[in-house]
Structure formats: C-alpha cells, structure tokens
Design a protein around this ligand. Sequence first.
Ligand code: TRP
Length: 451
Amino acid sequence: MARGSFKSKFGVIAAVGGSVVGLGNIWRFPYIAGENGGGAFLLVYICVSLLVAVPILLGELILGRQTKTNSFGAFRAMTAPKKTLWPAVGLLGIISAFLIASFYMVISGWGVEFLALSIIDRFNGQSAAEIQQNLSAFIASGWKPMIYMAVFVAANYVISLLGVEKGIEKFTKFLMPLMIVLIGIIMLNSLSLPNAMEGVKFLFVPDFSKITPQVVLMAVGQAFFSLTLGIGAMIIYGSYVKEDVNLYHTAAAVAICDVVVAILSGLAIFPAVFSFGINPTSGPDLVFITLPNLFQQMAGGYFLSVLFFFIIVVAAITSSLSLVEVVTSFINEELKLSRKKAATIAVVAITASAALCAYSMIPDSAVKVAGMSLFDLFDSITTKYTMPLGGLLTCIFVGWVIEKRILRKQLTNNGGLGRSALRIYMTASFIIRYLAPIVIVLIFLDVLNII
Ligand code: TRP
C-alpha cells in the first residue's frame, strides 16, 4: 500500500500533538493529580515525562519511520527474516489500544453531552452540587452515555475513512493553537477567583512525604497515557513522517506541549476547585463539575463554554483516531482486509466494548470485576501495566535488538543534521538503552514490593 506523509513540518507536530493532547491532559491529568497529592504528583510527572517518556516516544517514531508499517509489522520487519517473539509487543499494544479506546469513547461521549448542554445553556444558575447530581444521573441512566458515545464514535469512523493524513492534519493545525489560547483564558479567570492561591499551592508546592511508589506508578501511567506511548500509536504516526523531519525536535516539541497543556489545565481547574469548595479527589467527574461552574462566573461564559466543549470534543477525536488507527491498520495490513472493512470491524468492536463500559458504570450494574467497573479496570490494566510494559519492551528493542546504525540514521537523518544531532544521538541512545528501561523496571519492582 502506498503511504502518504504529513505535508509540512508543522503538520507533523500538529498531528502527533493532536493525538497526544486530548482528554488525557484536560480531563485525566487534573483528577489523577488531585487524587495523588497535587504538587508531589506534578513533580514526578514532569521528571518521568522528560526522562522516560520522551526517549520512548523517540523510539516509537524511529521504528515507524524506518519500517513504514503498523505497530505489529514494524517489530516483524525489523527482525526479519528471523522469526521472533517481538511482534507480540505490537500485539500487546493493539490489545491496550482496544481497551483504552473502550473507555476513552465513553468519556468523550460525556464531552459531547456537555457540549450539547452548553449550547442549550443548561448550566446557567446551577450549583456545583447540582451539576454533579445531574452528571451522576446521566451516568446512572446507562443508555444516555451510550448514545453520546455512539455519536462520537461515528464521527471517528467518518474521519478515519478519509485517511490519516488528510483527516487529522487539517483539523489539528488550526484547532490545537486555539485550544491553548482558550485554556489560557479560562486559567486567568480561574486564577482571579477568591481563594485561588490555595489551588495554585496544591498544584505547585510538593509535599515530599506524598511521593510513594503508588504515586510514582500513577505518574508513569499518566505520562504514558498523555504522550500516547507503549501501544505503538507513535509507530504508526512515525510511518507518516518524512525523511527530512528532525525526530528529536518533534518528540521534544510534542512532549513540552503536552506537559504545558496539562499544567495549564491544572491551573485552570484547581484554583476553581478550591474556590468553589469542590473536593480535589472527586475522581473522573472533577473537570466536568468544575468547568461549567467556572464559565458561569466568566464574562462571555456562554460563548466560551460552547467553544471550549467543542474544542474538547475535537481534541478527543484527534486522540481517539490514533487509538482506532492502531486497531484498524493492524487489521488492514496484517489480516489483509480493505481499509474500509478494517475500520468497520475496529469501530464495531470498540463500540460494543465501550457500551459495556458505560453500562458497567451504572452504580449497581451487574457488570463489575472485583467490585470495579470496566472503566476502572481497563484504565488500571493499561496505564499501570500494559503501557509501561510495552514502553519498556520498545526501549529494549530499539536500544538493543535493532542495529545501532538504524538508530543513528534516524536520529541524524543519515548525517544530514550535522554535529549537534550526533550528540543528541549519543545521549538518546544512552537513555533508551540504559536509563529508561532501568527506571521502569525499578518502578515495577518497587510497586510489587520486591525491593
Ligand atoms: N494521549 C491521548 C490523550 O491525552 C489519549 C491517547 C490517544 C492515547 N491515543 C493513545 C493514550 C494511545 C494511550 C495510548 O488524551
């Protein structure tokens, strides 16, 4: 199959950034930070993102651009003609992508619902408690989240059929910068509320006693989730990147963008959380109950809230597309079905699993595993185990299994990037070979109480 490529360098950053920046930054980061100690979590999160996650991002982009195929095929192509077990890492990623997509679609559906409610101005005059009650009732209905989820998945399906390069690049180039500006405006408003400093302190002043193995693992999981790592999504995106693009700059720009958007959303959420007396450990609904309250206090709040939830939905689409793409490209290129058939199978399977997730979130639903909803179960399996494991194996693969020459070629663009790229190659290869794998193994051992 002839592969297209992203048109411009900014297009690459925008498309990769579109997959990276999503609900993970705006919805997941604030609530996970809220549940895991605020400032302490942020500190660990930044360290992990830059030290462990960026090298893995780089590793995935390298594999993709080198092999120009899907995540499963990439591992096979690099080890051919030998038959090895490495493609199983690709398979692990495809299973992770499926599980993440299942709950991601449900939360994105909440986003669609909040967009609809914003448009009809339903939040006007509602207190935080009322908004929370309504959200709980929405979740408890079971069928409403399924309908909004289905609307969202349908949008995904259409864009996915248009093809990756055409579909995503256009959207993100324009909407990503707009989103950052909008979050900035919301942040300034949040910071001007009474008691705002409490929230700023919560986010920025670390209480070191709160850094436990569990918090570190949660930070790793969040970094992987937010940077879209460990499932092979970036292998696919790498396969669309042109040969003259500097991969290191791309990875660094995307990671910085990701951390900045997370911090901006933290600064938009926590001052308001403390000002309105919302509990920072409220969990997945934290952002959904905080923001509508905040919009009510803002000049032009109606307009801004419609625009904001619209952009949230678009950011969720550009991210979920990459999840669907992991499953679709595998079916398309490995099982040799047409792209249309592959996308249809992927979307139908994900919709069924997402519907089950939504059903399982009803408080006394029959679908629970060890008392957990499928949402909690899928989230915890992927962010705590399969993504870090996939990342670890990718590092080992790129650092130790593939020929060094390839790593060097991809990081220096065959020597075309000059001397500084050589230095970057040396540093990156050290981190990919030693530092990142050791850190991940230590975290696993620590959490399992082995050390
Ligand atoms: N990174 C995206 C976000 O922050 C979510 C996402 C998209 C993702 N594709 C992924 C997470 C692949 C893990 C793996 O919203």
